[in-house]
Write a protein that binds this ligand. Structure first.
Ligand SMILES: *[C@@H]1O[C@H](CO)[C@@H](O)[C@H](O)[C@H]1NC(C)=O
Length: 261
């Protein structure tokens, strides 16, 4: 009896760890309303100071690095593919009359292809780089002469006739709160920590967003298209999997309810 219980628990722990370490992709679509969708509502934290995403939009996509919980408070805005997808820039606010702190000309976005970007920041600098075919070359960068407003929230939005399809990769790792005072070196510290503590069973798993290298665009796309499997057997396999999980949990609960011998 005890042996079976232990086996079941180990199996469950293994499954949970598998799910946690595997991470998840978060798909978000933004309407063409210019309203910000807050990433904190999707488990993506601003405290990581790194945001990696794929974006498919025709023009005018915005990432807002916000000091408050709404875009009424001071924010830095990164505008991808403004003015008919001809220019991208960073500015310190939403108004188009504000100066561009850095800008890059060219078609940053594509209506039919996911473009990959990474935004990192520390106390003074905001960096934007682009990936995939550009292999993480610098895209925009701005260093403030003063300390940046503290970034508490990240918002995404699209406007001027463009909707946006965004994909964020969330990776879960066993971690502890000792890393939360997030300094400029946070990302590096974080990676090291994860490698040295792999195999431990720290229970307080928190979400952390990590960069992910997508090899090529086509492989990336293929990976995100689920092929439907109409065969009956695949349904049966899925059902059996669910039943095994449910029965395992039920088994443990029942054991708890049974009087001890
Ligand atoms: C921004 O990019 C510069 C130049 O590549 C680099 O030295 C700096 O560490 C980067 N800062 C952040 C916060 O990514």
């Amino acid at each position: 009896m005890e042996f079976i219980l232990h086996t079941v628990i180990l199996l469950l722990v293994f499954l949970v760890r598998l799910i946690l370490i595997h991470g998840a992709d978060i798909y978000i679509t933004t309407p063409e309303t210019r309203d910000y969708t807050f990433l904190s509502n999707h488990g993506i934290r601003a405290t990581d100071r790194i945001l990696t995403f794929q974006l498919e939009a025709c023009n005018n996509a915005y990432v807002g690095l916000m000091s408050g919980s709404s875009d009424a408070q001071p924010l830095y805005e990164i505008d991808f593919g403004a003015y008919g997808n001809t220019v991208s820039f960073i500015r310190a606010g939403k108004s188009s009359t504000l100066p561009r702190l850095d800008e890059t000309n060219g078609n940053a976005l594509d209506c039919n292809i996911y473009k990959e970007f990474r935004i990192t920041w520390d106390d003074n600098t905001i960096n934007v780089s682009h990936g995939l075919e550009n292999s993480w070359s610098p895209f925009l960068t701005w260093t403030s002469p003063t300390t940046l407003w503290p970034i508490q929230h990240i918002g995404i939005s699209t406007a001027y006739g463009a909707k946006g399809k965004w994909i964020f990769h969330i990776q879960n790792f066993p971690t502890t709160s000792e890393l939360t005072p997030c300094a400029a070196s946070c990302t590096k510290t974080y990676t090291c920590h994860c490698q040295t503590t792999s195999g431990t069973t720290t229970s307080s798993n928190t979400l952390a967003q990590l960069k992910i290298e997508r090899k090529t665009l086509s492989s990336f796309k293929r990976r995100h298209q689920s092929a439907s499997d109409p065969r009956k057997t695949s349904i049966y396999i899925g059902c059996v999997g669910i039943m095994v999980l449910v029965l395992s949990v039920a088994f443990i609960v029942i054991l708890d309810l049974l009087p001890r011998a």
